[in-house]
Design a binder for this molecule. Structure first.
Ligand code: C2E
Ligand code: MG
Ligand code: MG
Length: 438
């Protein structure tokens, strides 16, 4: 006997004939309210757009129907639903973890083979891609909790290679609780502007002094635990919070620079993400911020990554050109990770290219790594760009960077990012920081 006992009041998905989203949640509610435990399986189909483009929408639709049919017939104990365009569900009676896994393995194995899709007299052999999240319904699970768990399961898979199956066990539950805690703290910090800024000085090898600094956001939660930006910035991006964070950062940095005109630095850079730079309102907002802080644009630099450039090339180019007129120039951050599309990088007016730590490490690993850095630096120089090596930790790396022609270096070798109040003292004290390295 399936979980969906009666057809009364049930509604169906017109394309696949499976029960629909409303019925799925009705059935879940009935099970939960009657204390009945159930096994929930989510099959999230992916790459449907590509399939539609390659074979046509009719074939794509037929593939969804075939998969739906196969799932519905997999096991008479389970009932099939389609709750969104590419999201199919199965609800079955409670079982042991082993039985749940066995059922999941059967589904996953089927996706390891192709589907023979017949449409308009033709048969196409198509490999469907999907990821799978399964779980046992918990007493307190509301509709939103379930959706949240499914989406969190998908995000876990997106961030790891290999297995496309997640069972929502205690470990994943703790990860999700942690994610929710971080998001709550980020929202609190946005509302109360409790983020802090640290600054990491950047050393110029020719001038033999610090000439710039990168601003880096810092967050401590309300219990005093540090939360790394590597962790919360991507979450903020996924949850629509990054814009608000970036404005707080820009404001804090501009205010700091406006209040410390005596700082012995030519520029300070701020990290921004793609959407912001592609957003035309950035220009007016930066103008009024510079005005408010009585700051000239030529003190401010913006760091963006290669991914940003690849996503919105034309928009980014336009905004860069407009900001350049105000003196604000751009750094390309993390060069050597993600998309290394040299031609588009070179066609944008970057002032500085920052070689990522992973690229910098190649220098010490082999002769060819060293040569690569040397040649890349040469190419950047020929295109009028300044090269910064990031993540420099050892005296050997300082020496190699200097030999390869890199202009500036930044890293723990000199100093970790410093709180506002320590930056000035550090810059005034550290007159000849490279003595040990030369
Ligand atoms: P990023 O922009 O590439 O910043 C450099 C990161 O490398 C910083 O990590 C810095 O502390 C770290 N670092 C510097 N020198 C060394 C070194 O010698 N060794 C090692 N292992 N690491 C070094 P942090 O502050 O944890 O920031 C991580 C990332 O988070 C940043 O990478 C950036 O992508 C993002 N981020 C930081 N602050 C902001 C911000 O204000 N806005 C935005 N949108 N993103 C930010
Ligand atoms: Mg950066
Ligand atoms: Mg970087």
């Amino acid at each position: 006997m399936g979980v969906h006992d009666t057809g009364i009041g049930a509604t169906y998905d017109s394309m696949t004939g499976l029960l629909d989203r409303m019925t799925f949640f009705d059935d879940v509610n009935v099970c939960r309210d009657s204390g009945r435990q159930v096994h929930i399986i989510m099959v999230q189909l992916s790459r449907l757009m590509q399939i539609n483009r390659k074979y046509g929408v009719a074939v794509g639709d037929q593939l969804i129907r075939d998969i739906s049919m196969w799932l519905a017939e997999l096991d008479e104990q389970y009932t099939g639903y389609r709750i969104a365009n590419s999201r199919l569900m199965l609800l079955g009676p409670v079982c042991s973890r082993q039985e749940a896994d066995a059922c999941m393995i059967r589904i996953r194995e089927r996706f390891g083979e192709s589907w023979q899709v017949s449409c308009a007299g033709q048969t196409h052999s198509i490999m469907a891609r999907a990821c799978f999240v399964h779980m046992f319904l918990e007493e307190e699970d509301t509709e939103n909790d379930l959706l949240d768990k499914m989406n969190f399961g998908i995000s876990v898979m997106e961030n790891r290679d290999g297995d496309r199956v997640v069972f929502f066990d205690e470990k994943i539950k703790r990860e999700m609780e942690h994610r929710n805690h971080v998001l709550e703290e980020v929202r609190y910090a946005i509302e109360h502007k409790t983020f802090r800024m640290h600054y990491q000085p950047i050393y110029d090898c020719r001038e033999e002094k610090f000439v710039a600094a990168e601003s880096l956001i810092r967050l401590w939660d309300r219990n005093g635990e540090f939360i790394s930006p590597s962790e919360f910035i991507s979450m903020a991006e996924e949850n629509g919070l990054i814009d608000q964070i970036s404005w707080i950062v820009l404001e804090k940095v501009c205010r700091f620079l406006g209040e410390h005109p005596q700082l012995p630095l030519r520029t300070v850079s701020v990290n921004l993400t793609g959407q912001q730079v592609a957003d035309a309102t950035l220009l007016d907002r930066i103008d009024s911020l510079l005005d408010d802080c009585q700051l000239f644009g030529d003190k401010l630099r913006i760091e963006i990554t290669e991914r940003t450039v690849a996503d919105d090339f034309e928009e980014v180019k336009q905004v860069m050109q407009c900001l350049e007129k105000r003196g604000v120039r751009f750094y390309l951050d993390d060069f050597g990770t993600g998309y290394s599309n040299l031609s588009s990088v070179l066609s944008l007016p970057f002032e500085v290219i920052k070689f990522d730590q992973s690229l910098v490490q190649m220098m010490g690993n082999s002769r060819s790594g060293y040569r690569t850095i040397e040649l890349l630096t040469q190419i950047m120089h020929e295109n009028g760009m300044v090269v910064v090596a990031e993540g420099i930790e050892t005296v050997q790396q300082v020496q190699s960077a200097r030999e390869t022609g890199v202009d500036r270096i930044q890293g723990f070798y000199f100093v970790k990012p410093l709180p506002e109040e320590e930056l000035e003292a550090f810059l005034l004290e550290s007159k000849t920081p490279l003595q040990a390295a030369t």
